[in-house]
Design a protein around this ligand. Sequence first.
Ligand code: DGL
Length: 259
Amino acid sequence: MAIGVFDSGVGGLSVAQKIRELLPHENLLYLADSLHAPYGEKSASFINERARIIVQFLIDKGARLIVVACNTATVSCIKELREQFNIPIVGVEPGVKTAVANSTSKVVGILATTQTLKSPAFTALATQYSKNVKVEVQACPGLVEQVESLLLNDANTQVLVQQYVQPLINKGADKIVLGCTHYVFLAPLIQQVAGPNIEIINTATPVAQEVVRRLSARGLASNNRELGSDAFFSSGELELAMRQIKILWGENVRVERIV
Ligand code: DGL
């Protein structure tokens, strides 16, 4: 039995890392659909079809719980995935609730993909929490590609981050939500641009905690005494996938190419 985690690319490794920290004895399968990244500029039906193929692949490899480590895929198709597959499926949504609950300026900023921000699921989430607090959104085309290319701090990435973060600061945001799992790898740069008084909100830990709860509620938690195994799959170019995972996961790993 394993936990299957996937994303449009390597961004979901930020969620997988937290799951690995909290659940050292579970086996993890991670699939990066890098050939099709970014999902954020694709249609919901394309994302749904990719997600369906990937979830089936992970189940065939032994996954008994799936984590959609992608905000875009979660808001686009988690409902359909839950109808299609009879195993627990945990998703990732921008941490609007936490940001709103802790904002003193009463303005929060959300960085996310175009597709996430225009989805009915995100609109409902933002509306639900924008009674006394302004929820300002900023789409960030290009940032997923910078992370996929491992350009975490190059001049273009800095320009893009400045271009996306500054308007939120100008509007008075004191919390900035990372509404895309790729952006977690840009958090140091985002914090640098935002300055020390702005809190950056990442939902990886609450998602990993939810995985812990779901595993035990379903009686799926492993009683392994040894450390769990990690297996990585990518639809992207193999040499790049190995470099991406080595740098972002922090270990030299074997990656299997999938189509
Ligand atoms: N990591 C994905 C997310 O959380 C990126 C989506 C994309 O590929 O645009 O939304």
